[in-house]
Design a protein around this ligand. Structure first.
Ligand code: FES
Ligand code: MG
Length: 590
């Protein structure tokens, strides 16, 4: 007897609706032109979408063009029918003015595809930063069974016998260039050596972080996130992922059954333990919002901040993706947290089993790379959540605070973790690049570099520009890092201890809009405060003046994005979109 799904497949409504045989004929006929038969499409087997994020424009995910073959094999072997379709391209490094515009756009497109076509379940192909959250956001809105397949990081990069990791090598080499230690040619060589194969960033940047988050949320097969793209396990996981999604379709195992507040809190914990990207904050909030789950800034303080850094991978540590994978990857990190009572192991996952069941016996095999919970690389390594008169919420990634930075700013007798700095305010990154070396600014080690106009509305999209490096003359004196603050983001591969994602941003009247160069900013990391020492009357007077300028929208989407998108603290989602959830329960009309 033919296997029966828990709930009838929605594709039946297209291909086998007895009441509308006229429409059924129309729906069926064009699939014939690449060789499918009516019998296959009407066999009652589930149609499994492969949401293809790889393309020539999305090189980080391009491996998925090959992996899809193995996904299809798995889908066929398990009794499904695969239909692959393109997702709006997202390429973090190349998309101007920022790939942040694409997360919500890819989300919108994917929702329409999953809703409007005869798709019963979907494989979300992920890799480059925003490809993971956009897919998961869409899967929650539509709420059909969905499984995440990471494309995996590139192989480790090497240059002159030294590990060079994607992104991180750029930030580090920029400082060397400014210090006069390397020339442009060497800069280019180091950058290209960091990208030796197919795959996404090999550092613990946003890509690897978000794939680790997806695995922690229970949305991918255990061990999926960290397998380097060229490794043979990648193809094997693609096959197993294809097999598993067919069963999930029969079981009706949808994101709404897997995602919970507990699973998102687990994700926050894992971000600390791996030294993950600060972009995880808006993305986790966005995914939670679309899943109808409340996650707040306080959650990052309450469950994430006190946890230790366990993973020695750049930018917080030394190694890269291959070593992390061989050391046991995400399951080994989860095991450490679970063993220490810092993980909710009862959360359901795509395997149909709990997170704890999935990772039984998966301990780290290389303690140099994945530390035991009680011998970590750093204590209290989570994101510090700050507030004050310049913003309601901003975060600081503490796992990348270097000993030199700590000594200079955070170790004053009697005032530990408190410092004051003179603000140098830049209107976006062009202004920063034009003026950072201007002697008139008189920048010294007592300054904090501030950038505004870099948030979702101001940029638009929110840009990774807060990790500003000091002027050349300070770098030449060995001062590699100044405190920085901004309403934009920073690259997940950056090793700069910035205060970022400040919300509300200056473009919507946040406190940064009235800040001026020369104001003193007081930062108290213990109290979680960041305030400009400007009195209330003066603030009111400045607020009467015109706000800082923002550039006009250059495309239709930029305009729409600005109209509909919220702040980074809330995930920068399309606010009106989060009320749409579980929409696949009702099939669209003929
Ligand atoms: Fe695509 Fe880093 S630029 S993964
Ligand atoms: Mg990035």
């Amino acid at each position: 007897m033919q296997r029966q799904p828990v709930r009838p497949f929605r594709s039946r409504d297209w291909f086998a609706d007895p009441a509308r045989s006229d429409m059924t004929a129309l729906y069926l006929e064009r699939f014939m032109n690449y060789g499918l038969t009516p019998a296959e499409l009407r066999s009652g087997r589930p149609i499994i979408g492969i949401a293809q994020t790889g393309s020539d424009l999305s090189p980080c995910n391009r491996i998925h063009l090959d992996l899809a073959r193995r996904v299809r094999d798995g889908i066929r072997d398990a009794g499904g029918i695969a239909m692959e379709f393109p997702v709006h391209p997202i390429f973090e490094n190349c998309r101007r003015p920022t790939a942040a515009l694409d997360r919500n756009l890819a989300y919108l497109g994917l929702v329409e595809t999953l809703y409007g076509y005869p798709i019963d379940a979907v494989v979300l192909t992920t890799g480059c930063d925003k490809t993971t959250p956009s897919g998961i956001m869409a899967a929650s809105t539509v709420d059909i069974p969905a499984i995440v397949l990471s494309g995996g990081p590139m192989l480790d990069g090497w240059h002159d016998g030294e590990l060079v990791g994607s992104g991180t090598v750029i930030w580090r080499s920029r400082r060397k260039l400014a210090a006069g230690e390397i020339d442009e040619e060497e800069f280019l060589q180091r950058a290209t050596d960091s990208a030796p194969s197919a795959g996404h960033c090999n550092t613990m940047g946003t890509a690897s972080t978000m794939n680790a988050v997806a695995e922690t949320l229970g949305l991918s097969l255990p061990g999926c996130a960290a397998i380097p793209a060229p490794y043979r396990e990648r193809g094997q996981f693609a096959y197993e992922t294809g097999r598993r999604i067919v069963d999930m379709a029969y079981e009706d195992l949808r994101p709404s059954r897997i995602l919970s507040r507990e699973s998102f809190l687990n994700a926050i914990r894992v971000v600390t333990a791996i030294g993950g990207s600060s972009n995880a904050q808006p993305h986790i909030h966005a995914m939670a919002k679309h899943a109808g789950i409340e996650i707040t800034a306080a959650d990052w303080s309450d469950v994430g901040y006190d946890l230790p850094l366990l993973v020695d991978v750049q930018p917080a540590g030394r190694f890269l993706g291959e070593r992390f994978h061989r050391a046991g990857g995400v399951p080994a990190v989860l095991s450490e947290l679970l063993g220490a009572g810092k993980l909710d192991g009862d959360c359901l996952t795509v395997t149909g089993r709990t997170l704890a069941e999935n990772i039984t016996g998966r301990v780290a095999t290389d303690r140099e790379v994945i530390r035991a919970f009680d011998t970590p690389l750093k204590e209290q390594a989570g994101f510090l959540v700050l507030s004050g008169n310049l913003f309601d919420v901003a975060i600081m990634k503490t796992s990348v605070i270097s000993p030199a930075f700590r000594d200079r700013y955070l170790q004053h007798p009697g005032a530990e973790n408190v410092f004051e700095a003179r603000a140098i305010v830049f209107e976006g990154s062009d202004d920063y690049h034009h003026r950072i070396n201007d002697p008139a600014l008189d920048i010294d080690e007592g300054c904090i570099l501030v950038i505004r106009g870099a948030g979702p509305i101001g940029w638009p999209g929110s840009a990774e520009v807060v990790n500003m490096q000091p002027p050349d003359h300070l770098i030449q004196r060995g001062i590699m890092t100044l405190p920085t603050l901004g309403d934009g983001r920073q690259s997940g591969t950056s090793d700069s201890p910035s205060i970022l994602n400040a919300s509300p941003e200056s473009a919507v009247g946040g406190g940064l809009s009235w800040l001026r160069t020369g104001d003193v900013i007081r930062i108290d990391l213990t109290a979680g405060r960041c305030d400009a020492l400007v009195d209330a009357d003066e603030i009111a007077r400045r607020r009467d003046g015109p706000p800082p300028p923002v550039p006009a929208s250059n495309t239709p989407w930029e305009e729409l994005y600005r109209e509909k998108t919220g702040q980074l603290a809330d995930g920068a989602v399309l606010d009106f979109a989060v009320k749409y959830r579980g929409i696949a329960a009702k099939t669209p009309r003929h």
